[in-house]
Write a protein that binds this ligand. Structure first.
Ligand SMILES: [Zn+2]
Length: 1113
């Protein structure tokens, strides 16, 4: 009772703090008309708000589960809380940029006129005398673009090309100090390193250290930016940077990303926090390139829309022309530039499609050739602010032929010699690295105090959706090969869970001297980091590789999923055992409840055979405590579930069906709610009962459009139901949802806090196409509805969950509503099992039509699961251009309501009409789309999808974010739903030798059992030591403080948001021996603190932080 009162007063205090800050915020806004009267009015309003917030807070506290001992944490919050979390989302960010991508889309006509030699631009003229007074500096940057899997597998490319490329480059640079080269893909470099002789390695290092060879970006791969989640982006960058640090000993400082099909500010932010100085991108919509070029804005400081200052600015260079190949990089005329690709000389195996071949440079032609090339460089320089020109010299897998470096370097050296020997030409030309270019640029422009070039514009927004020509929008790859996009996320959640569990368990093992623990586990983690990293490649997760390459990726992913499950199970055993020494027993083991037979098969739930009592263990990889329904498959229907104290847990048992007519008699689904602390483990036991009343309650099944016998299984109510006008209704404490009684499809949904029913009609439709391919979405007209007349479906209702299982053409559609008071009950869960293998040239979508009035067809989609971007559907661009990536969520809103569709995996999304959104589910395509892949997409699989539909009412008096603001934030509930969808609770079965009493009741490494709601543990990843695959005693702890919108309430969260400060050690039950601030990927270390000092951290909303921590057990 005392604790309740303390909680309540703490809550009121919190409200007062939030509100006071809002007053200050509002008063600080410049408003010349603001009279004293108006201010008074505002204060009255704010008082009303206090009341409202108070009541919502009371609700939140009521949702707290008795027995959760987090007073310690909350009293901390009480002392230091302020409203930065709420105030952050309320303030008007995103308007300080000079170039706002959302506004630019309004301005650009997207008319695509023929620009002449530079087809998508214009005829660039160089006024005479333009170079009289300044020297044009040209950096020719030799590079080779190596895809870790595309037409060939990663390994095949390495053997056939990449291996030779690196060797050739090293051999040609050594002894030629003026020759330069850049290399991006660490995955290939690490293979070369393993094969290289020690003298080759030494040469490579020497070239890097003397500046001839630059490692750019230094990621494991050049990652895709549309479908990737920021977790996997960071993870693959850490893997690359750790490799570079351990093997070469340098820190990449500029980024080179020439091939991903569109770019997000998330990547720019990550690069900034890694400590990069500048970045380069290339695949930007041709009309956007032209617009920026006309204003000399192809170089800018890229700023996060959520940045309230200038702290996230990073210098970005956009390549101006069609491609990164040599014809499109020396200047505007590809017919000319192609003649300076000396690999296209006779014997090189390739030629110029413009039919003017290159000529070897000789004393006879050098003047004419040099002047021709100089003209292109001069024209190119007119598109930029400085007199420094970047001229990349390379293409896909170039320099593999040992003759190529000789051809390119020697011919260019002759051109350089000529041009540099004529002072009247005012040109200084040389080979350079990307850093050489940016350094020269900054030298000529001068630098501001923050190191940025003087006079450069700031840009806010993203570069989606990419088009390279005509109406060829690259929005197909947002969905292509969805089976593997799903498998990617499965590995992400398992991998992250395993990293964290391993990092904690290895500290405990170390303390308890359990030598057996670490053997080979870390090897599995490193392998999984690399397999997951490899798939983030822009032909991996994008679904744009050849069939056999997709299989190679799939095998890697599925192998690592299995390995990560073993790591998790092993850590669970160690952490849950009361007596750690029994860890060495092989009979005592936990097995994951799910397994996969092969790279293209669906996960299968393991059957828990119950003869007497079995232990089931749960692991929550999120840092917040959660309460959710879990599902276990058991061999008998008469069971009960006991918590660790031996108390019965409410449970439901469902039938499993062999086919339409017959339920299984040896497999049943048991559902029950469980609570698991943050990063914690808990357990239950499942026991067979004699059929008495304390067992799990059987659900009822109603069957539509098919007749079955009513008494199929003893104890279960199965009946035939009739189609009719009334709805099938599902309801819990938060939601009421209506379904059509003839089709089983969702019709309406209401949030019970207001009771206002909203239309939400869910339908399946398909686009026909004759030209879509793996990259491009090119529909023939609008989508046609998939006819659903009398579908077979079941409605299953029980005390803990209601669901509809409907069998539609190409989709098994399963909608569930949980009835716990946990976060899983806050949204409607949609599971689709999509199978379009019997179609051809079809793109299947799911559309939800609502009466939400989102004006101007504006809505929000996420970028890499990290931030939300406003989208506006436009008529001047084609349908496919209005598709955007949805790696984790999208929402529609009007002044009263927000509806969010959360997804477990990346797919394409659009909102073509007001109140509507649609997601693309799968694509089956008979043709190639002429981007080099050379095949259609016909390797479709049965693909699972998990969506959650969340309805949130805007708290009265809170206002929706204004239309000019390019960003919005999910609520804390929205964040929690997303995490729940993406990180399901891990379920493990103890072998029959595991006795409940030998295990702890629960375990969590967190002191209060939960992080604050807005603090996400991105990863806790054991740092790699010298020599491959050796762990150190350091853990990289990556934290993300969410930006969140306070306007939508917090029920039913079991946590509180962060105050302005947090003491790091107070979060953990583990000891902290040493703590070091570091950059995102640990390249640049900051302050260090020892074991005795307190570690107060001030974490800003939206920001990511990495710390190197030495935990003790
Ligand atoms: Zn590529």
């Amino acid at each position: 009772m005392k604790r309740r009162i303390l909680l309540f007063s703490a809550g009121v205090f919190l409200v007062m703090f939030f509100t006071m800050h809002m007053v200050v915020d509002q008063m600080a806004q410049p408003d010349t008309d603001n009279t004293i009267d108006e201010t008074k009015k505002k204060l009255v309003k704010l008082n009303e708000e206090i009341d409202q917030l108070k009541s919502s807070l009371t609700k939140t506290q009521n949702a707290l589960v008795p027995g959760l001992d987090n007073t310690n944490y909350k009293s901390k919050a009480l002392v230091s809380v302020d409203s930065t979390g709420c105030g952050f989302a309320q303030s008007e960010a995103g308007l300080s940029a000079d170039i706002r991508m959302l506004d630019i889309y309004k301005i650009i006509p997207f008319d695509n006129p023929d620009g002449g030699a530079w087809k998508q631009g214009w005829d660039i003229s160089v006024p005479s005398g333009a170079f009289d007074n300044e020297i044009l500096q040209v950096f020719v940057v030799p590079h080779s673009h190596n895809d870790p899997g595309w037409i060939k597998t990663f390994q095949r490319y390495y053997m056939d090309q990449s291996k030779h490329i690196i060797s050739n480059v090293v051999a040609n640079l050594i002894g030629n100090p003026n020759r330069k080269f850049i290399w991006a893909e660490i995955s290939f470099l690490s293979l070369w390193w393993n094969d290289a002789s020690s003298s080759q390695r030494e040469s490579f290092k020497r070239l890097v250290k003397n500046g001839q060879l630059e490692i750019v970006t230094g990621g494991w791969v050049m990652n895709d930016e549309a479908n990737t989640n920021y977790y996997a982006m960071i993870d693959q960058m850490i893997e690359g940077h750790e490799w570079v640090r351990l093997n070469i000993g340098i820190k990449p400082r500029v980024s080179w990303s020439i091939d991903p099909f569109g770019y997000t500010p998330t990547m720019a932010y990550l690069l900034k926090r890694m400590g990069m100085d500048a970045m380069l991108i290339q695949r930007v919509h041709y009309s956007v390139k032209k617009y920026l070029a006309q204003k000399k804005q192809l170089e800018f400081m890229w700023r996060q829309n959520w940045d309230h200052g200038t702290d996230t600015d990073i210098l970005c260079h956009v390549m101006p022309f069609y491609s990164y190949d040599i014809p499109h990089t020396c200047g505007p005329d590809p017919a000319v530039c192609c003649q300076f690709d000396f690999q296209r000389l006779p014997g090189g195996g390739i030629w110029c499609p413009w039919n003017i071949p290159p000529q070897p440079i000789s004393p006879r032609n050098v003047q004419q050739r040099a002047m021709m090339l100089l003209e292109q460089y001069r024209k190119k320089s007119r598109l930029y602010r400085s007199n420094v020109v970047l001229a990349p010299l390379g293409d896909d897998f170039r320099y593999a032929d040992p003759q190529e470096p000789v051809r390119q370097f020697t011919n260019y050296e002759k051109l350089f010699q000529y041009l540099n020997s004529k002072p009247e030409l005012k040109v200084k030309i040389q080979f350079g690295t990307l850093s050489d270019y940016f350094n020269a640029l900054l030298k000529t422009t001068g630098k501001n105090d923050d190191g940025s070039p003087k006079g450069y514009p700031k840009l806010g927004g993203d570069f989606m959706t990419y088009a390279d020509r005509d109406e060829h929008y690259w929005s197909g790859y947002y969905t292509s090969r969805p089976f593997y996009k799903n498998l990617d996320r499965v590995l992400e959640t398992k991998h992250r869970a395993a990293e964290i569990a391993y990092s904690i368990a290895s500290r405990i093992a170390n303390q308890e001297k359990i030598a057996k623990f670490a053997t080979n586990q870390f090897n599995l983690l490193v392998k999984s980091r690399r397999n997951l990293g490899l798939f983030q490649h822009h032909d991996g997760i994008t679904g744009t590789a050849k069939d056999h390459v997709v299989v190679d990726y799939g095998n890697r992913l599925v192998q690592s999923v299995g390995n990560m499950q073993n790591v998790i199970a092993s850590a669970a055993k160690l952490l849950m055992l009361k007596h750690k020494e029994s860890y060495s027993s092989d009979e005592i083991r936990f097995d994951m409840d799910e397994s996969r037979a092969s790279h293209d098969s669906l996960p299968e739930k393991r059957l828990l055979s119950i003869s007497n009592t079995r232990v089931v263990v749960f692991y929550n990889s999120l840092a917040q405590k959660r309460k959710e329904l879990v599902s276990v498959h058991v061999s008998v229907p008469n069971v009960k579930v006991l918590d660790a104290d031996g108390n019965s847990i409410k449970c439901q048992v469902n039938l499993q069906w062999k086919n339409k007519n017959s339920p299984r008699d040896n497999k049943f689904e048991v559902l029950f709610p469980i609570e698991v602390l943050g990063l914690g483990f808990s357990r239950v036991t499942i026991q067979k009962t004699d059929g008495s009343s304390d067992g799990c309650k059987p659900s009822k099944t109603s069957i539509y459009h098919h007749k079955v016998k009513n008494d199929l299984v003893k104890g279960f109510d199965v009946r035939n139901a009739d189609c009719g006008k009334q709805y099938i209704t599902m309801e819990n404490q938060f939601i009421v949802a209506d379904f059509d009684r003839c089709t089983g499809l969702l019709q309406n949904i209401a949030d019970k806090s207001t009771g206002i029913k909203r239309t939400a009609e869910l339908r399946f439709l398909q686009y026909m196409t004759v030209s879509s391919g793996a990259y491009l979405f090119l529909p023939s007209g609008t989508a046609k509805e998939v006819l659903i007349q009398k579908p077979f479906f079941r409605h299953i209702s029980g005390i803990l969950r209601d669901e509809i299982q409907a069998f539609y053409p190409n989709v098994y559609h399963n909608i569930k509503l949980a009835n716990t008071n946990g976060i899983d009950s806050r949204s409607l869960h949609i599971h689709n099992l999509v199978d379009i293998r019997d179609t051809s040239n079809r793109e299947l979508i799911m559309r939800i039509s609502t009466n939400i009035r989102n004006t101007n067809r504006e809505y929000f989609t996420d970028l890499n699961g990290f931030q939300m971007q406003r989208r506006r559907t436009l008529d001047k661009i084609p349908l496919q251009a209005n598709y955007y990536p949805m790696p984790s969520m999208a929402f529609l809103q009007d002044p009263k309501l927000r509806m969010t569709l959360h997804t477990m995996q990346a797919c394409g999304v659009a909102s073509l009409k007001q109140g509507e959104f649609e997601v693309m589910l799968d694509r089956r395509l008979g043709q190639d789309d002429n981007r080099g892949l050379g095949q259609g997409v016909r390797d479709n699989k049965q693909t699972p999808y998990h969506f959650a539909l969340l309805l949130e009412n805007l708290t009265k008096k809170q206002t929706m974010v204004k239309s000019k603001i390019p960003i919005a934030y999910p609520s804390l509930v929205g964040h929690a739903v997303s995490q729940t969808v993406n990180h399901p609770i891990n379920i493990m079965f103890g072998t029959s030798e595991v006795i409940p009493d030998s295990l702890l009741k629960q375990y969590s490494p967190l002191k209060s059992g939960s992080f604050p709601c807005d603090l996400h543990l991105v990863t806790a990843r054991t740092v790699q030591g010298e020599g491959d695959s050796k762990p150190t005693d350091e853990t990289a702890v990556v934290l993300h403080r969410y930006g969140y919108d306070c306007g939508y309430g917090m029920t039913p969260l079991l946590c509180f948001p962060l105050g302005s400060k947090i003491e790091f050690k107070s979060l953990w039950n583990l000891g902290v021996r040493n703590f070091k601030e570091t950059s995102l990927t640990m390249m640049h270390d900051g302050n260090e603190r020892g074991g005795e000092e307190s570690i107060d951290l001030t974490l800003q909303p939206m920001e990511l932080y990495t710390y190197k921590v030495k935990f003790s057990g």
